[in-house]
Design a protein around this ligand. Structure first.
Ligand SMILES: *Cc1c(COP(=O)(O)O)cnc(C)c1O
Length: 462
């Protein structure tokens, strides 16, 4: 299996190379050159397996010779051992034909742990083989940073620096980043907002001498290995509701389009998915794209579901590439228009492709809060605001086919919004109940490239 760039102007790579590289040198994203198929019998055979064994069978064909079978199994076992639920991704019922897939039992209480814990193990195995050292630098609005720190803490051969906007992440998110004690973890509170953090990160990557000197690596959601890890729970949840003999639909709270793109890959592999529903908050660029055929950037309006407060949805490029019949040049020119002109129109054929594969909806702030209130009253389930956006949108798409809505974070990660809507302040799971007592370690940094680069050089272990 080879991986190609969505912009068509970069050499194709193996799985391991694509994982270590992240972004393609032509600015594109890596996608598999062909999508491996799972037969109905192979899908049916996933029933009753452990999450780990199902993960092995779903991911195996994508990984190629990067890891042998025994190694891949071991990496998967280790990745999910720290989860607080034996099922890893348990399914609960919300109402007639509506189910909630709880993806928040990982160590940082958001679905990002599924991918981050696994790529932490994969990076470690790969670097141990090559003897290389890398420096991971990430920008976060909260969840990605905490998941990355948790996945890479204490690993030899890796330093992890996470930039977050000073004063603009939730207290739980901040403490998850500032309380790990390992020397290779560096939480940096940048004097600026999330866009400043991302811009600082981009500048570091664009300084090629610096990038090569420190072995700079990105683990943001455009990394193909992260998407792959997320394909698994679409299979396990669908099979537990009767796939492949019965179709299912999914609603996915969406920001960067990573999680829902994983669902699209599952469908392409042969999982019988009827609808894939994009759920956005008031930052609804993806919903508007499907409705109008125009992708137009506006400014980000902060919401109570901050991990979906996004205008540029990076992984959308991957599905656009397919919608344009894998025309890299056309994909590249549309992405250039988005960056330089603030938007582009999706061609008619491509729009039909998108509408054939995806449906969409949005939830306002009031609808999100009302959904938290309503779900608590009718089911006893306390939703985080992101999951509530999903449940609200899913309710408009319920029908004869079972609907699975992805619950992307634990309510305790966003206690203020949840308490405001429900009157209940959700407690942290017992494994991290002392989070508020642990000492914090953080460096406040100015929004200045030279200072940041000096800090990375000085702090990383050699
Ligand atoms: C990252 C995140 C999302 C959005 O996921 P994408 O893959 O970027 O679409 C939704 N909810 C939560 C809690 C998240 O952390």
């Amino acid at each position: 299996m080879r991986y190609i760039s969505t912009r068509g102007r970069a050499p194709d790579l193996s799985f391991e190379e694509a994982m270590l590289r992240g972004l393609a040198p032509d600015g594109g994203l890596y996608v598999p050159d062909t999508v491996p198929q799972m037969s109905a019998d192979e899908i049916a055979a996933l029933a009753g397996l452990s999450y780990e064994e199902a993960a092995f069978r779903v991911m195996r064909p994508f990984v190629g010779d990067a890891f042998d079978d025994a190694t891949l199994r071991q990496l998967i076992e280790t990745a999910y051992a720290s989860f607080g639920h034996d099922a890893r991704a348990p399914l609960v019922q919300l109402g007639p034909n509506h189910f909630l897939l709880e993806l928040f039992h990982g160590p940082t209480l958001a679905f990002k742990d599924f991918a981050m814990q696994l790529i932490g193990q994969m990076f470690q195995a790969s670097l141990a083989r090559s003897g290389d050292r890398i420096t991971i630098v990430g920008a976060t609005s909260g969840d990605t940073g905490s998941a990355a720190i948790e996945a890479f803490r204490g690993l030899s051969n890796v330093d992890v620096f996470i930039l977050y906007p000073h004063g603009r992440v939730s207290e739980v998110q901040r403490r998850q980043m500032t309380t790990p004690v390992e020397d290779n973890v560096h939480a940096l509170a940048l004097d600026g907002d999330f866009d400043d953090c991302q811009a600082a990160l981009k500048d570091m990557f664009n300084d090629h001498a610096f990038r090569d000197e420190v072995g700079l690596t990105a683990v943001n959601s455009i990394n193909w290995a992260r998407v792959l890890a997320q394909v698994v729970y679409f299979f396990t949840s669908a099979v537990s509701l009767g796939a492949p003999h019965r179709e299912v639909s999914f609603t996915v709270p969406t920001g960067n389009f990573g999680d829902i793109f994983a669902g699209y890959i599952a469908k392409r592999m042969g999982l019988p998915i009827a609808d894939l529903v994009i759920a956005t908050n008031q930052n609804d660029i993806l919903h508007r794209t499907l409705v109008t055929g125009e992708q137009v950037k506006t400014s980000v309006t902060p919401s109570i579901s901050p991990s979906m407060d996004i205008q540029v949805s990076s992984n959308f490029e991957r599905v656009l590439f397919d919608a344009y019949g894998r025309d890299g040049a056309l994909t590249a020119s549309q992405m250039a228009d988005l960056k330089d002109k603030g938007g582009f129109s999706v061609g008619q054929g491509a729009l039909e492709f998108l509408r054939e594969h995806f449906r969409s909806g949005r939830a306002s702030e009031e609808e999100t809060s009302a959904t938290i209130t309503g779900a608590l009253a009718s089911t006893g389930e306390l939703l985080c605001p992101h999951s509530a956006v999903g449940v609200h949108v899913a309710e408009a798409h319920l029908g004869a086919v079972p609907m699975i809505t992805l619950a992307t974070a634990h309510p305790a990660k966003f206690p203020d919004a949840v308490e405001a809507a429900s009157g209940i302040r959700p407690p942290l799971p017992s494994a991290m109940s002392d989070l508020y007592e642990r000492p914090e370690r953080v460096t406040q940094v100015p929004n200045a490239l030279a200072d940041l680069q000096k800090l990375v050089r000085d702090r990383r272990s050699h």
